[in-house]
Ligand binder design. Structure first.
Ligand SMILES: *[C@@H]1O[C@H](CO)[C@@H](O)[C@H](O)[C@H]1NC(C)=O
Ligand SMILES: *[C@@H]1O[C@H](CO)[C@@H](O)[C@H](O)[C@H]1NC(C)=O
Ligand SMILES: *[C@@H]1O[C@H](CO)[C@@H](O)[C@H](O)[C@H]1NC(C)=O
Ligand SMILES: *[C@@H]1O[C@H](CO)[C@@H](O)[C@H](O)[C@H]1NC(C)=O
Ligand SMILES: *[C@@H]1O[C@H](CO)[C@@H](O)[C@H](O)[C@H]1NC(C)=O
Ligand SMILES: *[C@@H]1O[C@H](CO)[C@@H](O)[C@H](O)[C@H]1NC(C)=O
Ligand SMILES: *[C@@H]1O[C@H](CO)[C@@H](O)[C@H](O)[C@H]1NC(C)=O
Ligand SMILES: *[C@@H]1O[C@H](CO)[C@@H](O)[C@H](O)[C@H]1NC(C)=O
Ligand SMILES: *[C@@H]1O[C@H](CO)[C@@H](O)[C@H](O)[C@H]1NC(C)=O
Ligand SMILES: *[C@@H]1O[C@H](CO)[C@@H](O)[C@H](O)[C@H]1NC(C)=O
Ligand SMILES: *[C@@H]1O[C@H](CO)[C@@H](O)[C@H](O)[C@H]1NC(C)=O
Ligand SMILES: *[C@@H]1O[C@H](CO)[C@@H](O)[C@H](O)[C@H]1NC(C)=O
Length: 411
C-alpha cells in the first residue's frame, strides 16, 4: 500500500515537472540505456557590453538542446551532462559519487555574445566566450538510485550572470537505464512548504547579507601523545576571521571537539586541528631555551555566494606565544594572530605547552603581558619617558638660545 503511494507520487512528479516549461534531457550510453536523466528550468540574466552601454540579456534554457559532449563516465572519468544551445552556449554539470551518494560537482555556463539573437548590439562580435564556473552549488548530495528533486527556486549568481533554477529533477549513475521512482528532496523543499515562485525568486536574488559575528568560541582541550605520555597540551578557543576579495568578512568558530593530531620533538612540535570545514596547523620551535609559535597554516572552505571557495593561508615567520622551555604559555585575553591579509585567528583563553610536558599536566605558566596587572604600567612608563625627553629638549633649547643671545650682545 505505502509502496504503491510512493510509486504513484513519483510518477506524478515526473509528469508535473515536465509539464511546466521544463526541459527534459537524457544521456544514453553505448548500450542505448539512459545513464543521466534531468528535467529543469533555467532563467538566465547576463550582463554584457552593448553599444556604449551595459545591457542585460534575459533568456530561458530552450527545449531544443544538444547533449553533444555529454558522457556517462567510466572507471576514471566522471559523468558529464552537457546542454548545448543556440550558437555556442552551453550549460554543463559533471557528477561525482562517494559512499553510496552522488552529487553535482562543477556547474559551468559558457556563453557567446556574438549571438545577436540573445545579445543584440553586443560589441566585439568576434567570438567572445565568457565562462562562469560554480562548484557544488546546484545540487546537494543524495543517495544513488534516487532522483534528486527541487521544486523551489534557486538562484546562482556571479558578477555578470544570474541563473535561476526551478523544478529541477536530476539522476546520474542511472542503473540499467531505469529512472528511479524514489525522490530525494532538496533542503529548500523540505524546510519550507513551497512558496509561490515569484516571491521566492526576488528574495533569493537579493544580496547575501554579511553574517553576524558568532558568539565566542568554546575552549577546546587538545592533547598530543608520544606513546601513552602526553607531550603537547593546548587549551584554547579559536575563531577564524576571513576577508574575501569583496572585503566581506566571515567569522567562524572552531569546534572545541575538533580532532587533534601532530607530533612532538625536541626542537619542533606540531599541532593539527581538524574541524569539518577547516584545518589549522600550529608549528612550534625552540630557540635559545625558549619556545614560540613560528608557523601557522590554515585551509578553510567557505560557501560564498553559492559557490565553495577554499582559502589556503600560511605564515612561517611568526613569533607568538613565547615562554621558556619547561614552562607553559598562558593568555586569557583575546589575541589576534594575523596569518595573511585575508585571514586572522582570534584566540581566547590560550594555555599551551608544546615541549617538556611532565606527568600530563601544564608546568608553571608564563602569562602574556595583556593578562598581567602590570600591563597597564607600560603605556604609563612610555608616556613618562617621552615627557622627560620633551622637557630635556625644551631646557636645552632655552639654554642654547640664551647662549646665542648673549653672543650677539657682545658683538
Ligand atoms: C539506439 O537507439 C536509436 C534510436 O533510439 C537507434 O536508432 C539505434 O539503433 C539504437 N542503438 C542500439 C545499439 O541499440
Ligand atoms: C523565468 O522567465 C520567464 C519569462 O521571462 C518568466 O515568466 C518567469 O516568471 C521566470 N521565472 C522565474 C522563476 O524567475
Ligand atoms: C552605436 O550607436 C551609435 C549612436 O548611438 C551609432 O551611430 C552606431 O552605428 C552604433 N553602432 C552599432 C554597431 O550599432
Ligand atoms: C541587470 O540585471 C541585474 C540583476 O538582475 C541588475 O542588478 C542590473 O541593474 C541590470 N543592469 C542593467 C543595465 O539593466
Ligand atoms: C556534435 O559534435 C560533433 C563533433 O564534435 C559535430 O559534428 C556535430 O555536428 C555536433 N552535433 C550537434 C547537434 O551539435
Ligand atoms: C572498468 O573496471 C571494470 C572492473 O573494475 C573492468 O572490467 C572494465 O574493463 C573497466 N573499464 C574500463 C573502460 O577501463
Ligand atoms: C568536473 O569538472 C571539473 C572541470 O571542468 C573538474 O575540475 C572536476 O574534477 C570534475 N569533477 C569530477 C568529479 O571529475
Ligand atoms: C540491473 O540488471 C541486472 C541484470 O540485468 C539485475 O541483476 C539487476 O538487479 C538490475 N539492477 C537494478 C537496480 O535494477
Ligand atoms: C579544559 O581545561 C580547562 C583548564 O585549562 C578546564 O578548566 C576545563 O574544565 C577543561 N575542559 C574540559 C572539557 O576538559
Ligand atoms: C575581522 O577582520 C576585519 C578586517 O581585518 C575586522 O574589521 C573585524 O573587526 C574582524 N572581526 C573579528 C570578529 O575579529
Ligand atoms: C592545505 O591545502 C593544500 C593544497 O590543497 C595542501 O597541500 C596542504 O597540505 C593543506 N594543508 C592543511 C593544513 O591541510
Ligand atoms: C605525577 O602524578 C602522580 C599522580 O597523579 C603523582 O603521584 C606523582 O608524584 C607525579 N609526579 C610528578 C613528577 O609530579
Amino acid at each position: 500500500m505505502s509502496r504503491y503511494v510512493v510509486l504513484h507520487s513519483a510518477a506524478l512528479l515526473v509528469a508535473a515537472l515536465s509539464l511546466i516549461q521544463a526541459v527534459k534531457i537524457e544521456v544514453h550510453g553505448k548500450d542505448n540505456k539512459t545513464c543521466i536523466y534531468a528535467v529543469l528550468s533555467v532563467n538566465f540574466t547576463v550582463l554584457y557590453e552593448g553599444n556604449g552601454t551595459m545591457e542585460n540579456a534575459t533568456f530561458q534554457l530552450p527545449d531544443s538542446l544538444s547533449t553533444n559532449g555529454s558522457t556517462c563516465g567510466g572507471n576514471s572519468s566522471a559523468p558529464l551532462l552537457n546542454m548545448g544551445f543556440g550558437t555556442g552556449h552551453s550549460l554543463s554539470l559533471n557528477f561525482s559519487r562517494t559512499d553510496g551518494k552522488f552529487s553535482g560537482d562543477v556547474l559551468t555556463f559558457t556563453y557567446n555574445t556574438s549571438d545577436a539573437k540573445l545579445f543584440p548590439g553586443a560589441i566585439n562580435q568576434s567570438m567572445t566566450c565568457v565562462k562562469l564556473v560554480v562548484v557544488n552549488s546546484l545540487m546537494e548530495s543524495v543517495p544513488l538510485n534516487t532522483i534528486y528533486t527541487c521544486r523551489s527556486v534557486k538562484a546562482i549568481a556571479s558578477e555578470a550572470v544570474v541563473m535561476i533554477f526551478w523544478h529541477v529533477g536530476i539522476q546520474a549513475f542511472v542503473v540499467n537505464g531505469t529512472i528511479s521512482k524514489n525522490e530525494s528532496f532538496c533542503k529548500a523543499d523540505v524546510s519550507t512548504t513551497v512558496t509561490p515562485i515569484t516571491t521566492q525568486a526576488s528574495s533569493t536574488v537579493a544580496p547575501i547579507p554579511t553574517e553576524p559575528s558568532p558568539d565566542l568560541p568554546a575552549v577546546g582541550n587538545y592533547t598530543i601523545k608520544n606513546g601513552s605520555d602526553p607531550c603537547l597540551l593546548a587549551n584554547m578557543g579559536l575563531q577564524l576571521n576571513i576577508t574575501n576579495k569583496d572585503n566581506q568578512t566571515h567569522v567562524i568558530n572552531i569546534n572545541s571537539s575538533s580532532t587533534a593530531s601532530g607530533r612532538c620533538g625536541d626542537k619542533h612540535s606540531v599541532l593539527v586541528l581538524e574541524d569539518t570545514d577547516a584545518t589549522i596547523w600550529f608549528h612550534f620551535f625552540v630557540e635559545q631555551a625558549k619556545f614560540f609559535l613560528k608557523e601557522v597554516k590554515v585551509n578553510v572552505t567557505l560557501l560564498l555566494n553559492g559557490s565553495t571557495t577554499t582559502f589556503n593561508c600560511s605564515n612561517g615567520s611568526l613569533k607568538h606565544w613565547q615562554a621558556f622551555v619547561g614552562s607553559s604559555y598562558m593568555c586569557r585575553n583575546e589575541q589576534q594572530l594575523v596569518v595573511t591579509d585575508q585571514l586572522a585567528i582570534n584566540t581566547f583563553n590560550v594555555w599551551v605547552q608544546p615541549f617538556d610536558v611532565k606527568n600530563g599536566t601544564f608546568s608553571r605558566a608564563e602569562e602574556c603581558l595583556a593578562d598581567s596587572d602590570l600591563g597597564f604600567l607600560v603605556p604609563i612608563a612610555v608616556g613618562a619617558a617621552l615627557g622627560l625627553l620633551i622637557i630635556l629638549v625644551i631646557i636645552s633649547y632655552v639654554i642654547g638660545r640664551r647662549r646665542s643671545q648673549t653672543g650677539y650682545q657682545s658683538v
